[in-house]
Structures are given as C-alpha cells and as structure tokens.
Design a protein around this ligand. Structure first.
Ligand SMILES: O=C(O)CCC(=O)C(=O)O
Ligand SMILES: [Fe+2]
Length: 306
C-alpha cells in the first residue's frame, strides 16, 4: 500500500516560558521551524534546530562515546572481541585490515543506556541500567520544556546506527510503563524515509523525510503509533569544512554539562574527519524515552508492561 500524502501545519507553540538556559549548539528559538501533521495528532517535527557544530557534537558523542562500557551494544560476543564490544569506535580505528574494519563498521546497529531496552522480553529491569549522559539529559529537558512537556525525565535511550541499505521494521514503542510522556528522536547524517501509521497495523502510514538535525517528537495520540524506517537515502551533506573557533560562555557550557573540549574539537578538520567519513554512508538516530510513571523512582513488578 502506498503511504498517505500529508499536510504540514506550522507549529508555533515553542517558547522559553521557564527561562531555561539555552543548550549550546542550537539555533536561536526564533529560527526554529516546527510542524504538526493534521492526520497525526501528537506528532511534532522540528526541522534541524542545530547549528553545524551542535550536530557534529552529538554525532561525535554517538560514535566515540556512547557505544562504550557500561552501555550495551548489539555486537555479538561470538563474533567480536571484548575490546570491540567495550569501545567500538576505538577498535574501529585500530583495525589494520580494511575488510575487518568494514565488518566492524557495519555491524554496529545500536547502543542503549539509562534503562537498557530488552529486545527479547521488551521488559525494563531495575538492575539493567547504566548512567544516562548528563549532556543528553540536559538537551532533552531543554526540548521538553520549550514544548511544554514540563516534567519529562529522560531515562532510557537507544542510539540506532543505520548504514545505507539497512532499515527498521514497523513497531510500536510500548515497553515503557509511562505511555503519557513524549518520545524524543534526534537524527543525524543521511536522510531517512520514516513511516508513521496509526495504533493498529491496518492504517496507511504517512511517509516523511527525516533529514540531518531533525527532531521528531511522538506525544499524546501518536506516542503508541506504529512506525518504521524503510529506507536510508544517500543525500549530499557537506561535513567537510573547518569550523571557525566558537567560544561558548563558560557559564552555559558548565550548566549544560556539554563536553566543552569535544565541542571545540569537532570544528577541527583533522579531528572531525573520521566522523565525517562514517556519516558519508550512515544515519544515526537517538531515541529517548521516559520509563517511570510520575512520582515513581524505581520500576516495580506492577508497572512493568509488555
Ligand atoms: O530511527 C528512527 O528514526 C526511529 C527509531 C525507532 O523507532 C526506535 O528506536 O524505536
Ligand atoms: Fe520506535
């Protein structure tokens, strides 16, 4: 079945009422373009609110830092050594053999942190948890606050890696005991075709392009809707320039808990080159959810759902 056509409505409900400190690497709020789809209430799309340095920062975090112990990765212990499973990016750049390097590059499909997503049981477990990075936490809280989701708590994340040719089949994200909190999805690198359907599998999905830097929010009625990433499309993204030095006020960096050294380094071509190469034929998606119900501080047997 062909995906439905859609109509975007400019969404203007973005304001910094709580006067929350701006996260470095984002464009001024006045320049943000955000949309709703009239046939998918609760779905919000913000077209790339990041500066180029901001995008580079999150890409570098997703590649160099997040797929490291104690976070979990999909790399199978029978196929990859512990060194690769505990620090994939480092191992990738120590590979002497080009074939082995390609194998390792394309094998990385996800890393999880905070509450780890259990791909088999779909049940979160209090003991299966690694720290949620403070920088990503502050960025998610910034987005949720300016959109009016004031009590959002980022508690679980999946970073999905999509080398061109890969896809994600249709599913709903229902494992979280809390279904009323929104889900935040940040995409970088190559463009994706994203299908968003309805609560049941029978509804014809709407197809959207998701470009580098775009932020998708699934809230309210769209939170439990079926969705899929059927295809990654090679798009020309120019990631190659040296960025001018940008001094961020120390006060802002300190409060956002961004890695200031990394924020500077991603502007240097020599440092940035391997990340740029990876992006030439890959997409990265950071998918952040709240797990616990309001007021809960841990999971209990009762609030865990299939
Ligand atoms: O890659 C995407 O845009 C979606 C990822 C997703 O649906 C998920 O991680 O549950
Ligand atoms: Fe999903």
């Amino acid at each position: 079945m062909l995906p439905a056509l859609y109509k975007f409505e400019q969404h203007s409900n973005i304001s910094n009422k709580n006067n929350i400190l701006m996260v470095a690497g984002l464009k001024p709020l006045n320049d943000w373009r955000s949309y709703t789809l009239d046939n998918h209430p609760g779905l919000l799309l913000i077209r790339n609110p990041f500066t180029e340095r901001g995008q580079r920062y999150w890409i570098a975090r997703c590649l160099r830092d997040y797929p490291r112990t104690p976070n979990k990765v999909n790399l199978n212990e029978r196929l990859f050594p512990d060194s690769a499973r505990s620090d994939w990016w480092k191992e990738l750049h120590q590979c002497a053999n080009i074939i082995e390097m390609q194998r390792l590059k394309f094998a990385m499909r996800w890393t999880t942190f905070g509450y780890h997503h259990n791909w088999d049981t779909k049940i979160y477990d209090e003991s299966m948890r690694s720290p949620f990075p403070t920088d990503l936490k502050s960025m998610c809280i910034f987005f949720s606050s300016i959109l009016g989701f004031n009590n959002f708590k980022p508690e679980a994340a999946i970073v999905n890696y999509y080398p061109i040719g890969t896809s994600l089949s249709g599913h709903t994200d229902h494992s979280e005991p809390n279904h009323s909190a929104p889900l935040f999805s940040f995409s970088f690198g190559q463009t994706a075709i994203f299908f968003i359907g309805g609560k049941t599998n029978d509804e014809i999905p709407t197809a959207l392009y998701i470009h580098s830097g775009d932020v998708l929010i699934m809230s309210d009625k769209s939170r439990l809707c079926h969705h899929a990433v059927p295809r990654i499309i090679k798009t020309k993204v120019s990631w190659t320039s040296e960025l001018p030095i940008e001094n961020i006020e120390t006060e802002i960096i300190g409060k956002n808990l961004l890695d200031n050294i990394l924020y500077q380094k991603v502007g240097e071509w020599n440092f940035w080159k391997p990340f740029s190469r990876y992006l030439d034929d890959s997409r990265i998606n950071i998918n952040v959810r709240q797990v616990l119900k309001p007021g809960d501080s841990t999971l209990s047997q009762n609030n865990t759902t299939l």
